[in-house]
Ligand binder design. Structure first.
Ligand code: NAD
Ligand code: USQ
Length: 479
């Protein structure tokens, strides 16, 4: 059984004697800082042992809150007419980039928040020798700081959603009204390093989501699942992209069908598999679900994360976890040419992280109906990579930074010039007020990059993962 502890107590992480996280940490701690790191053994082996072994890793729940405590506010359920209680939101992946910002935003809006996270994203950094541009505090310090600043508590469950026993305990103890599921391996390049990362990504993402669906069916049938999908599920078809469904007339008959999916990495494909599983369980069990097909997120500050340095969000700029615009700002700040892959006509939907948190709140506040599988395309503007490079170049000029661009042979298999027109009206109809990519925003993003540029490891900037060269053997990754 998992233990319920107060975070003021030292966390007692249970582990298998041979391969537990403590031995993992010790082996990592004993490594010199600059070396070739063989990655085949961590965290995958420990994660798979963890799933087979009843003495699972990270099987610790910590809570900072008396469960009976109630607060009112915009997170309150006012509909019943009875004494209102705050809507209880479980944020899976709440220690990550989107999840941390969302957890604080919802807590600030008086939702009762529980973070569920196995901290594996921090292990990926250890494993690959990467680090966030911005220094990030531990999850425990983050939550303590949040409480000291706002007197608001965030519950914390450290564990793996692929471990159903752990997830069941988190569900039955927290009793969420909504679950926001960010807790997946989210890097396309990571999923294309080698077979073990491809398998890990699909296992972690697809089985984790399946467990969440079973947990809702078993412990909270009315709970609304808000699942982070991705615009990349659709690929780049030569027709307009609709929001989830398309009405087709074929041989004289008409039907509204799921929009065709053409994902282009093992990561993006994991999201397609998730969507299919969610759609099926909505039909079969009456689950209520919203799939947020999110575009590429940029930015780092939200109102809440800017309140204190211990609340800072992570900011990835490396060739594996860094995403286009965030990477370009860091590259500009350190005088590295902007890395446009191939012809640079790759067009995607983008959004500010302040809009990610807004969209999630809108989805929670306007839940899907029982049995409904609702799909929203979550982005605010679309840009090609060349357009982003040109915007960053102009912003750099204003700050006196000379920005160069280089065309890097494309490590991915993707269309470099294509039609792209994706609908994104449903969240606007619910009230989303977008923060569009303005000059001032780019200035402030560049300023953050300049502020932390001494933390940049230039070696991590160029892409190191090739879609074509993926192999079956575990790949050694240079730190
Ligand atoms: P992230 O890697 O920063 O955060 C993911 C978090 O989930 C991490 O803290 C990680 O430790 C946790 N996690 C992973 N597997 C878990 C498991 N099995 N059990 C418990 N916790 C687990 O990623 P992010 O950028 O915040 O993305 C969050 C979600 O949003 C992902 O599903 C991603 O696919 C989606 N998304 C992200 C972007 C983007 O640009 N960042 C764009 C579109 C969609
Ligand atoms: N790109 C460059 N240069 C770079 C980095 C990226 O040209 O230095 C190009 C890529 O080739 C791609 C585009 O920019 O065509 C976007 O790449 P990205 O790395 O910013 O984003 P991607 O790999 O698609 O993944 C990110 C998140 C993922 C999320 C996805 C949303 O990591 O979790 O699902 O954005 S979407 O792209 O809409 O599918």
């Amino acid at each position: 059984m998992a233990h319920l502890l107060s975070t003021s107590c030292p966390l007692n992480i249970s582990s298998s004697p041979k391969n537990g996280p403590n031995s993992l940490k010790q082996s990592l701690a004993s490594l010199p800082t600059s070396l070739t790191l063989r990655t085949s053994f961590e965290p995958f082996r420990s994660l798979s042992i963890h799933r087979k072994n009843p003495q699972r890793l990270f099987s610790v729940c910590a809570t900072t809150l008396q469960q009976a405590e109630t607060k009112t506010g915009s997170g309150s359920d006012q509909s019943s007419g009875e004494q209102s209680r705050p809507t209880r939101v479980m944020v899976i992946g709440g220690d990550g980039y989107c999840g941390w910002a969302t957890s604080l935003h919802l807590s600030n809006k008086n939702y009762e928040v529980a973070i569920v996270d196995n901290l594996v994203r921090r292990h990926f950094d250890d494993q690959l020798g990467l680090d966030s541009l911005t220094p990030i505090a531990s999850i425990h310090d983050r939550i303590r700081r949040w409480r000291s600043l706002t007197e608001k508590d965030i519950n914390l469950y450290i564990g793996d959603v692929c471990d159903f026993e752990f997830l069941s305990e988190a569900f039955t103890s927290f009793k969420p009204d909504a679950v926001v599921h960010f807790g997946e391996q989210r890097s396309a390049p990571y999923s294309m390093i080698d077979r073990s990362r491809a398998v890990y990504t699909q296992q972690n993402n697809v089985l984790g989501t399946l467990n969440v669906l079973f947990a809702i069916k078993e412990y909270g049938e009315d709970c609304h699942l808000v699942k982070l999908g991705t615009m990349g599920e659709y690929g780049t078809p030569n027709i307009d992209i609709e929001e989830g469904y398309i009405t087709i007339t074929h041989n004289g008959r008409t039907d509204t069908l799921p929009y065709p999916k053409q994902a282009s990495s093992f990561y993006h494909l994991s999201k397609v598999h998730d969507s299919n599983n969610i759609a099926f369980t909505c039909k079969a069990w009456g689950i209520r679900a919203t799939d947020l097909n999110q575009g590429v997120v940029y930015g780092v500050r939200t109102d809440e994360t800017a309140m204190h340095e211990e609340l800072y969000n992570r900011f990835d700029y490396d060739g594996i976890f860094g995403t286009a615009l965030n990477r370009f700002c860091v590259q500009a700040a350190v005088g590295h040419p902007l890395t446009v892959y191939g012809k640079g006509g790759q067009t995607r939907g983008y959004l500010d992280i302040r809009d990610t948190v807004q969209c999630v709140e809108l989805a929670i506040a306007n839940p899907a109906k029982r049995g409904e599988f609702r799909v929203f395309n979550q982005f605010t503007e679309q840009f090609s990579v060349n357009q982003l490079a040109s915007l960053v170049t102009k912003a750099g000029e204003k700050l006196g930074i000379e920005v160069q661009t280089t065309s890097v042979p494309n490590p991915r298999v993707e269309a470099e010039e294509h039609y792209y027109n994706a609908k994104h009206t449903k969240l606007i109809e619910l009230g989303l007020q977008p923060h569009l990519l303005s000059d001032s925003l780019l200035d402030s993003l560049l300023n953050v990059a300049v502020q932390f540029k001494d933390r940049v490891d230039i070696k991590q900037i160029m892409p190191s993962v090739s879609w074509r060269k993926i192999g079956a053997k575990p790949k050694t990754v240079s730190a």
